[in-house]
Design a protein around this ligand. Structure first.
Ligand SMILES: [Zn+2]
Length: 83
């Protein structure tokens, strides 16, 4: 069984579709039953959707540096004691 900590650590990779199938399955099962991780999953999903919309123009190209900084900022929020 996947624990909350490893779910949080892998959530971005899961959302990016970068996890191996077995691990993705484990995360999906955990998210389905965990009241602590699920809101975080929904938040990141909504965040990615907003990001995709912001980049949805025909001339838009992915900006890895921008995404990396956003993720770093989010990681700080996630690791803060109030979370
Ligand atoms: Zn959990």
């Amino acid at each position: 069984m996947v624990d909350c900590h490893s779910v949080m650590k892998r959530l971005w990779e899961y959302l990016d579709g970068e996890l191996p199938l077995e691990e993705a399955q484990g995360l999906r099962e955990h998210l389905a039953v965990c009241a602590r991780c699920y809101p975080q999953y929904q938040f990141q999903l909504a965040f990615l959707a907003a990001l995709a919309r912001a980049h949805a123009g025909p001339a838009a190209s992915p900006r890895p540096e921008f995404a990396r900084r956003l993720r770093a900022a989010l990681a700080m929020v996630e690791s803060s004691p109030s979370f």
